[in-house]
Design a protein around this ligand. Structure first.
Ligand code: NAP
Length: 492
């Protein structure tokens, strides 16, 4: 396969890094070098931020109609390339081609949905509480320059939830994708360029998080920052960002809780889907399976059957369910967690080791580990791989305690036939969403998305994305007298 060469996009130009430095993207599927890209230094990021700063007012002054039409045109610019860009996604990320096609295609309705949300955003008009002759007119205004930093597990879907949305809210954007999946980001920005945006309003920088990402986080001309990635990186970013408006979409260890009255066959299918889809590299994967000990044996048998059906293979083939994992540190983490569980007494029932007959060492099969406890890494943290760790509980209170223990609170799920018990658990589980009778892996365009505790700050999706990329301003309109000398009215 010929080595492709891509550039960054700064101030309306495709460009190399000022230093001339580059880095390679290697395919987890074949091991081949796919592309070379510029390795941005801090000076490149500053140039992108300056360009964004200069362009921001122009974007903000576009009408809502003009801004919504940008989103429509980006969606149209993606459509002709769906198959080619899905294949590039599979090659750089490793996910099966069927999942890649869905991911790229899903960006289109997502962008169109956001444009509709922008068009329908409403702000109230209030009557003055203590001064009847005063009216408060509320407006939503852009933040200014917004940095968007994204991970490698959904290189299309996650940027497509933020980048264009920030732009159509009137912000200028500097986008830094993950270094193992920048090719998808380049294609996305090609579509944005084709849609036509004011020069400097959209910028793409490629390069390491530790330098390029860090400059974006620390740069004082950046007003808003939207980060998706690991909890530890998010904590560091929160520490360094200063007084920017930050949104953090972080890790999860979402438990799927199976009660003794659940439909066990459905639960087993949902467990397999939420554990093995995208090779388990999903923030809202079924990170842990908590099962009532009375139905443990029956459920374990069914999950093992399901796990054996997930075919590991070349992700370019339509019949493949599980491709390679994206990168070596992530597969090493999976190995470390499984080994830790086994050392402490857990049992590998299905899978449990790297495949040795593949073009790279990053293929890991669907795995079921039984007898997991909260002392084990599999039972108390985010594994981020195709592993279903089975833990048991005796009472609902115990299930809630174990579920909430790691203080990750992104998505959790409950399987039960009893509505009362579902409501009780939904009340007690500390998570941004609680799913009843579906996998933890659940996302839609129009409900708020985001975590409690270590899973992040803020809410996005639907109108919440539009709200997170804007600030409220109040215009106070007085048609009466002004306060006279000595008046202390309404002075805080
Ligand atoms: P990561 O290592 O935290 O990296 C995420 C992004 O941040 C990458 O672009 C990375 O650049 C950059 N980065 C790294 N260090 C940085 C720093 N010090 N300053 C600024 N930027 C920095 O996460 P990941 O491994 O890519 O993604 C997996 C994690 O994301 C999992 O924990 C998963 O749960 C979480 N996630 C959460 C959601 C959600 O909606 N809550 C969605 C998807 C994923 P480089 O690639 O160059 O290092």
């Amino acid at each position: 396969m010929p080595l492709a060469s891509y550039r960054m996009y700064i101030d309306g130009e495709w460009c190399h890094a000022t230093s001339g430095a580059t880095f390679d993207v290697r395919s987890p599927v074949t091991g081949e070098r796919l592309a070379t890209l510029p390795e941005a230094g801090r000076e490149d990021v500053r140039r992108a931020v300056d360009a964004a700063r200069a362009a921001q007012r122009t974007v903000a002054r576009l009408s809502i109609k003009e801004r919504a039409e940008i989103a429509y045109r980006v969606a149209e610019a993606i459509r002709p390339h769906l198959d080619a860009w899905a294949l590039d996604l599979t090659l750089e990320q490793g996910k099966p081609i069927r999942e890649a096609r869905t991911e790229v295609a899903e960006t289109i309705p997502n962008l169109l949905w956001s444009a509709e949300d922008l068009k329908r955003i409403e702000t109230p008009t209030l009557e003055g509480y203590s001064k009847p002759e005063t009216t408060y007119l509320l407006r939503r205004e852009p933040l200014g320059v917004v940095g968007v930093i994204t991970p490698w597990n959904y290189p299309w879907l996650i940027p497509a939830e933020f980048v264009v949305q920030a732009l159509i809210c009137g912000n200028a954007v500097v986008f830094k994708p993950a270094s193992t999946t920048p090719i998808s980001a380049v294609h996305f920005v090609e579509a944005i360029e084709k849609a036509g945006v004011p020069r400097g309003a959209m910028n793409l920088i490629t390069g390491p998080g530790s330098t390029a990402g860090r400059e974006l986080v620390e740069n004082r001309s950046v007003d808003g920052l939207c980060f998706t990635g690991e909890t530890s990186t998010g904590e560091e970013i929160a520490h360094r960002a200063g007084l920017k408006k930050i949104g953090l979409e972080l890790g999860g260890a979402g438990p799927l809780i199976v009660l003794d009255d659940a439909d066990l066959s459905k639960a087993a299918r949902d467990i397999a889907f939420g554990c093995f889809n995208n090779a388990g590299q999903v923030c809202c994967a079924n990170g842990r399976i908590l099962v009532d000990e009375r139905v443990h044996d029956r459920l374990a048998t069914k999950v093992a059957e399901e796990a054996r059906r997930w075919r590991l293979g070349d992700p370019r083939e339509e019949s493949t369910d599980l491709g390679p994992m994206n990168n070596e540190p992530t597969i090493e983490k999976v190995e470390r967690h499984v080994a830790d569980g086994v050392r402490q007494g857990a049992t590998v029932v299905v899978g449990g080791h790297r495949a040795i007959d593949r073009p790279t060492r990053q293929y890991y099969p669907a795995t079921l580990v039984d007898g997991v406890t909260t002392d084990m890494l599999l039972g108390n943290s985010e594994t981020f791989g195709p592993v279903a760790p089975l833990l048991t509980f005796r009472t609902l209170d115990e299930a809630v305690e174990v579920a909430n223990l790691p203080r990750y609170g992104l998505s959790m799920a409950v399987h039960t036939a009893n509505l009362q018990r579902a409501f009780r658990l939904a009340r007690d589980l500390k998570a941004g969403q609680v799913v009843v009778n579906d996998p933890v892996l659940y996302w839609d365009y129009n409900h708020p998305w985001g975590g409690f505790g270590r899973s992040g700050l803020g809410r996005v999706a639907g109108r919440w994305t539009i709200e997170s990329f804007t600030e409220i301003k109040t215009m106070i309109l007085n048609i009466g007298e002004s306060p006279g000398p000595g008046s202390s009215e309404n002075v805080p």
